[in-house]
Every structure is written in structure tokens, then in C-alpha cells.
Design a protein around this ligand. Structure first.
Ligand SMILES: [Zn+2]
Ligand SMILES: [Zn+2]
Length: 456
């Protein structure tokens, strides 16, 4: 059975079949649901049993973070563990990624599960015994490194999921593909220019979703400020698009005492910066989705009495809808270019499209909601839109996708005070990781059982 276009009646049958034997519709083969239930029981048992080994792996990866496209140690560790499970493993995918295929003994659909492996140029301040002391090269400059976004936990959770599912191979109706992707946070070795590519997008370009082609793709991200073990998700757009904005304001250099002899790019940059605030607040329809235009850097000038030739600004543009995104780009360009023109300056505006919004397939999300409830023991809430971006979007552009968040802040802590993702004090309550494994593993088995049982 294919999900898109599923008749409503059939879909209800599938949803019911996931919520336990009592809810099985008469037309649903009992064997499928019994299989799904048996798989869940096995997942729950194994996730707990494998927890110490998972935490050991997580702490090892945490102590040795690597930047995007440099995940050599991490991907070697991942590949070695996957090979030890007897899986078909491919390395060097999109530079440093790893893909593993688990073929179940029974016929059925294909699902893909994704984890990202890269760390960030952040100096860790947690004082954990396994805190990172690693350094690496970010755009050629040595920097301190940290798993400040929790990708170490994603990798450890997916390895554990792979271990559990490979132990269930004989009863698995279908195929599970594991994507261990590099450079989710962007490349550490080059600047995005709109032509170069990395991470999930590059994996898709290399054809990882062609053979085998998954029927659905699932991903999970840990999130600070949410109680440990709680799952949050939403149907439809969930994370934002992310586009880089580069502005060069070109004036004419002159003496600071005789500004009329030149064109001042500093004042024109200031005006452009203020003008940009009106792009979202005055010109964008916010009745469907919010948008953000932020400037993050301004560089210009060398000393107090020289008006410089030019000023450079960079920023980010984010939203959740393709039409709004296109209009934002046009409005940003027009605003900056016309303001520059008003002062006799010239603005060069370039916008590099990096990540698309991650959109959770509405039918798939509704179908898998009972699975999330089981995995998190009912601690599941509908989340808000995230201002962050995720290149999981490129997988979910190809096939129906579902991307959920897992809380990792200790429950006795004030959620509002938790150090956010990317902060040097980012901390993971490791008790949540078993819930993450239950989630990823049962999303796979519930999907396979539900769709293997239905007419295809
Ligand atoms: Zn991140
Ligand atoms: Zn992340």
C-alpha cells in the first residue's frame, strides 16, 4: 500500500492496527498487528539491555567531535559497528557518510532512518568526565569542537536501533536503510556558495534514495528545554528554510572630515539594516507562517577618520513556505538595493539557498502518532514551529518524511533555563536516549508491519 492517496477508510484501519490488538479492524490481518506488537516488546527489552553499550558509544563520540565533512573517526566507528551487525555497509557517502542496509527475511516496504554525525566549533564548558577537548579546522582556522547539538546522541541511538533491528531480521517484513550523514551543520572546510553541496542534499544527489528507494523516512533530533524523554512533533512544516544573505555596500572612500567628497557605505549599511526590519514587519503576510530576516555580521572600515570604500554584512533569511521564501528574497534585494541607490551607493546582494523547510507528511504523521505515543509512554506533545533549520528536509522532499524532537533536559530543572542547543553548556540527560531508540526502532517496525499487511 502506498501512503499518498490512501482511501480514508483504509488509513483508519492502519491507524487502529497500530494501537493494539483490541483495536484491530475486522479487515486487518491479525498477523500483522501481532507482529508489530511482538516487535515493540522486543524493542523495549533490547533498548534497555543495550543502554550501557549505547552510552559508552555516545560518550566516546562526544569526547571526539568532528566538523562537517571531517567525520573520519566517527564514520569509521559507525561503519565498524554496522559491519559487526552483519549489515551491508557503504562508506564515503557524500564524503564521510555511511549507509547501511538491513534486508528483513520477509517481503515488505522500505523505510529509511537517519542520524547526523557532525559537531560544532564550540568550546565545551560542561565539565563532564567525557567533555570534548578536541580541536579541528574550521575554514582553515583551528577551533575548539563540541557536540553542542547532540548529534553524538543521534549517532549512538541509531547504531543501537540498527543493532536491535538486525537481531529481528528473521521476522522483519521489509528493508530498513540507515543513513549516517555528515555535515548537517554545514561544511567545515568550505563556504556555501549556492553551487557546492554537502550533507543530506549531497547524499540525495549521489542517489542514496534511489536504491533502495524508501517508502518513508524518519529522523529524530534532541532538543534542550524539553523534559527528558518527551517527544514533540507537528504535521506539516516543522523546521525553517535557511538562506544565507550576503550584502556588500559599495561607496567611495574618503576622509572622515570631508564626507561630501565620497559616498559613505557605513551610513548606507545602517539605513539598509533598519530598512530590512520592514521586510517581515510591513511586507510579509504572517497569517500563515512566520518569517525572520536577521543580520549577524557587519564589517567595514579601518580607522576613525577614514570613510571606507565598502561594508560587508551577512545574515540569515528563514521561513516555512516556498512562496513566502521567494517573496522575501525579492523584497530583501529591493530594499537594500534601493536604499543604497538613494544615497548614491551600490549594493551587491547575494542570497544562497541552503536548507529547505522540513515538512512532515500529514498522512504519515497521523499514521505514526500512536507509535510515538507508545515509544514515549504517552508523553507526546504537539510542538511549535522551530526557527532552526534541518537538512533532513532534502530526504523528506523525496519521500514522505517525519522528523520529531526528543527532550533531553532533566525533569527537575527549570526548562526555560536549560542551555540551548549550540550553547557551550548544552547538556543531555542520557535517560532520554532509550526513548529515542524505542522511537526510531518502532517507527520502522510499525511502518513495515502496517504496510506489509495491507494490500500493495
Ligand atoms: Zn545544530
Ligand atoms: Zn542538529
Amino acid at each position: 500500500m502506498k501512503l499518498p492517496g490512501t482511501p480514508r477508510k483504509l488509513l483508519l484501519v492502519v491507524i487502529c492496527s497500530l494501537s493494539g490488538p483490541a483495536a484491530i479492524a475486522a479487515s486487518e490481518p491479525v498477523a500483522a498487528s501481532a507482529g508489530a506488537e511482538a516487535a515493540r516488546t522486543e524493542i523495549a527489552r533490547q533498548a534497555k539491555a543495550l543502554e550501557p553499550a549505547m552510552l559508552e558509544t555516545r560518550r566516546d563520540i562526544h569526547a571526539h567531535p568532528e566538523l562537517g565533512n571531517a567525520e573520519k573517526r566517527t564514520s569509521a566507528l559507525v561503519a565498524a559497528q554496522l559491519r559487526a551487525m552483519g549489515l551491508e555497509v557503504k562508506t564515503g557517502v557524500a564524503r564521510t557518510g555511511v549507509v547501511a542496509i538491513l534486508k528483513g527475511a520477509l517481503p515488505g516496504p522500505t523505510v529509511a532512518l537517519r542520524a547526523d554525525m557532525d559537531g560544532l566549533p564550540v568550546k565545551e564548558t560542561t565539565n563532564l568526565p567525557f567533555a570534548s577537548r578536541s580541536k579541528g579546522l574550521y575554514l582553515g582556522k583551528e577551533v575548539d569542537l563540541m557536540h553542542a547539538c547532540g548529534h553524538d546522541t543521534h549517532t549512538a541511538m541509531l547504531l543501537t536501533t540498527a543493532k536491535i533491528l538486525s537481531g529481528m531480521r528473521a521476522r522483519l517484513p521489509g528493508t530498513v536503510v540507515f543513513y549516517f550523514q555528515p555535515a548537517e551543520e554545514g561544511p567545515g572546510d568550505f563556504v556555501p556558495d549556492g553551487k557546492n553541496t554537502w550533507g543530506a542534499k549531497m547524499m540525495v544527489q549521489e542517489g542514496v534514495m534511489k536504491s533502495p528507494k524508501p517508502d518513508a523516512v524518519f529522523g529524530l533530533h534532541v532538543l534542550a528545554g524539553i523534559p527528558a524523554g518527551q517527544i514533540t512533533y507537528r504535521a506539516g512544516p516543522t523546521t525553517a528554510s535557511s538562506d544565507d544573505l550576503h550584502i556588500k555596500m559599495i561607496g567611495r572612500q574618503t576622509h572622515g572630515g570631508v564626507p561630501w567628497a565620497g559616498i559613505d557605505p557605513i551610513i548606507m549599511s545602517a539605513e539598509a539594516l533598519v530598512g530590512l526590519q520592514t521586510v517581515v514587519s510591513r511586507r510579509t503576510d504572517i497569517s500563515t507562517f512566520p518569517s525572520v530576516v536577521s543580520i549577524g555580521t557587519i564589517h567595514g572600515g579601518t580607522r576613525d577618520n577614514i570613510i571606507p570604500q565598502s561594508v560587508d554584512m551577512t545574515g540569515t533569511i528563514r521561513t516555512y513556505d516556498a512562496g513566502i521564501r521567494k517573496k522575501l528574497h525579492a523584497d530583501v534585494r529591493q530594499t537594500v538595493e534601493k536604499i543604497a541607490e538613494s544615497g548614491g551607493a551600490k549594493a551587491e546582494v547575494s542570497i544562497v539557498e541552503k536548507y529547505d523547510p522540513t515538512v512532515n507528511d500529514a498522512v504519515l504523521t497521523a499514521k505514526m502518532e500512536p507509535t510515538l505515543r507508545w515509544a514515549a509512554q504517552d508523553d507526546v506533545v504537539q510542538g511549535a514551529l522551530s526557527g532552526g533549520a534541518e537538512d533532513f528536509s532534502f530526504f523528506a522532499n523525496e519521500v514522505p518524511g517525519l522528523f520529531v524532537f526528543l527532550g533531553i533536559t532533566p525533569r527537575d530543572q527549570d526548562m526555560a533555563k536549560a542551555a540551548p542547543n549550540h550553547n557551550p553548556g548544552f547538556f543531555v540527560d542520557e535517560s532520554a536516549l532509550v526513548v529515542g531508540v524505542r522511537t526510531m526502532a518502532s517507527l520502522a517496525t510499525d511502518y513495515l508491519h502496517a504496510n506489509a499487511a495491507a494490500p500493495r
